[in-house]
Design a protein around this ligand. Structure first.
Ligand SMILES: Cc1ncc(COP(=O)(O)O)c(C=O)c1O
Length: 483
């Protein structure tokens, strides 16, 4: 194992901590029998095959260390490291301590290893600490001017809202919010129209609209705002595009170069099942005309120990104007003092597994389960109970719904919903959560409801979906009877 020399001046990443061997990853792939068993999931019918394959991950239960007495369906809050990632992490931690290693460097080889899985080059990917960290990097690195305006939505998470508020207070920017639709009667075009309208309204107010910021999917209803379409809106108006993609890494097989978004901040510790305190931050660092011909936005890193006015002789402000990067922006953001390299490299292990299984296979599988869940919700509770759309372009593996068939108004009562979530855990051993969701009551007003939110992931199969639906129905029935 190569040791660090502690010199973190090399922005080309020659000085980063090395990795323990890939034993654990190979073990994982052996354990799940990747290859033979996964071949069955490939192809255009992957969703159907994968979601119908009872016990795909049950057969491989050894891959995760989840408590078998519980069914964990809140990946939207926290994932779970596979056993092999834990083994890697443990081994790397011990090596770190034994050899008194440091975590200086820009993790170039780690970034090179995982960037292709996200469709970008290593200079466009930072292993961040989490989504919130990535959103702070993105939003607070932009040199805002008073009167600038960001168009966002009313379904954003504090991870994005908080840095936005700092920019309001510190730089005098304005924020205007689109009121998002909920339920199963919506189309991707609706989102384009809503953002277009909000941009026009802000401009009519005299504001200098500079950016769009949105979540794909939203944490409240799991609605996948259509990234490519919204980037097209941004391009049309010359705007910076910032996507809170907390749930994207590990759930969706997106190619971020093709999506053309300027910034995407996601979690490594949710669907990607890396350690806590890991995230994926994508920063557009070259101009690919076919995907986003806009100039790269002006940007200054806010948390780094390797910034200098020129990078390899190139002034920091000389960002690329074509398909070749002028400097490695991700390296500068990545390199910030001594980091916990076992943790970042353990995320790399999780990413390797996902890449080997196939990110599209995983996407098909988790969306297939969510699709089945939505189908069952509609058939038991009726379409009005569903807050997440099942339109293929708007769907994610987060599903949100109202379980109270006898008294749908109870969904407005946060205490009643909170008790439902606790009872589902205590009496049925199923872990989910609920969210505060503003629902549009008119084009300009909303009312809060508190639907359940269910995450379907790799360690679930159809039986878990059936069990969840039966449990929710049973509990709602008992509540209706006063039990
Ligand atoms: C949409 C969204 N953004 C940001 C966050 C914050 O995520 P993190 O803990 O990775 O910072 C979450 C967490 O659930 C989220 O759902």
């Amino acid at each position: 194992m190569r040791k660090n020399n502690g010199d973190h001046s090399d922005r080309n990443g020659q000085d980063e901590p090395d990795l323990p061997n890939d034993y654990a990853r190979r073990r994982f792939m052996q354990m799940i029998g990747a290859g033979a068993s996964l071949a069955a999931f490939g192809g255009a019918s992957g969703t159907l095959h994968a979601a119908n394959s009872i016990g795909f991950w049950r057969r491989t239960s050894n891959a995760f260390v989840l408590d078998p007495r519980k069914t964990f369906m809140n990946i939207g809050t926290a994932g779970s490291m596979p056993r092999a990632v834990l083994q890697f992490f443990d081994k790397a931690n011990k090596e770190q301590a034994r050899d008194s290693l440091n975590g200086y460097g820009n993790f170039a080889s780690l970034r090179s290893r995982i960037a292709p899985g996200f469709g970008v080059d290593p200079d466009e990917l930072v292993v961040s600490y989490n989504t919130s960290d990535g959103m702070c990097h993105a939003i607070l690195g932009i040199p805002w001017q008073p009167g600038d305006c960001v168009i966002t939505t009313n379904h954003e998470h504090p991870g994005g809202n908080v840095p936005l508020q700092i920019a309001v207070d510190r730089y005098g920017i304005a924020v205007r919010r689109v009121l998002l639709p909920t339920g199963n009667n919506q189309s991707p075009e609706d989102y384009v129209a809503l953002f277009e309208e909000a941009i026009a309204n802000a401009q009519a107010e005299g504001l200098n609209v500079r950016a769009m910021m949105w979540s794909s999917p939203t944490f409240v209803t799991g609605t996948m705002l259509p990234i490519r379409r919204l980037v097209d809106v941004a391009i049309q108006h010359g705007l910076i595009s910032i996507c809170d993609g907390a749930h994207l890494p590990g759930m969706m097989a997106y190619d971020y170069a093709q999506l053309g978004v300027d910034f995407m901040a996601g979690a490594g510790h949710k669907w990607q099942c890396g350690p806590g305190s890991t995230g994926i931050l994508i920063i557009r660092n070259k101009v690919r005309d076919e995907y986003n011909p806009l100039p790269l936005p002006a940007y200054f890193p806010v948390v780094t120990s390797s910034y200098s006015p020129t990078i390899g002789g190139v002034p920091w402000t000389n960002r690329a104007t074509g398909p070749v990067a002028t400097f490695d922006i991700a390296a500068v953001i990545q390199s910030c003092g001594s980091k916990h390299s076992p943790m970042l490299n353990a995320l790399g292990e999780a990413c390797d597994m996902w890449d080997e299984i196939g990110r599209s296979t995983i996407q098909d599988y988790v969306l297939g389960l969510a699709n089945e869940l939505k189908r069952q919700i509609i058939s038991r509770w009726g379409e009005a109970a569903l807050y997440s759309p099942d339109h293929p372009e708007l769907a994610s593996a987060l599903t949100s719904f109202n379980p109270f068939f006898h008294d749908p108004e109870l969904i407005k009562n946060s205490t009643a919903v909170g008790e439902f979530v606790s009872r589902l855990n205590n009496e049925y051993d199923i872990i989910i959560r609920n969210t505060r969701t503003p629902v549009r009551t008119s084009p300009t007003t909303t009312e809060d409801v508190f639907p359940l939110r269910v995450s379907t992931h790799l360690w679930h199969d159809m039986r878990d979906v059936d069990r969840l639906v039966d449990a929710c129905w049973d509990l709602a029935t008992r509540i209706s009877q006063g039990a």
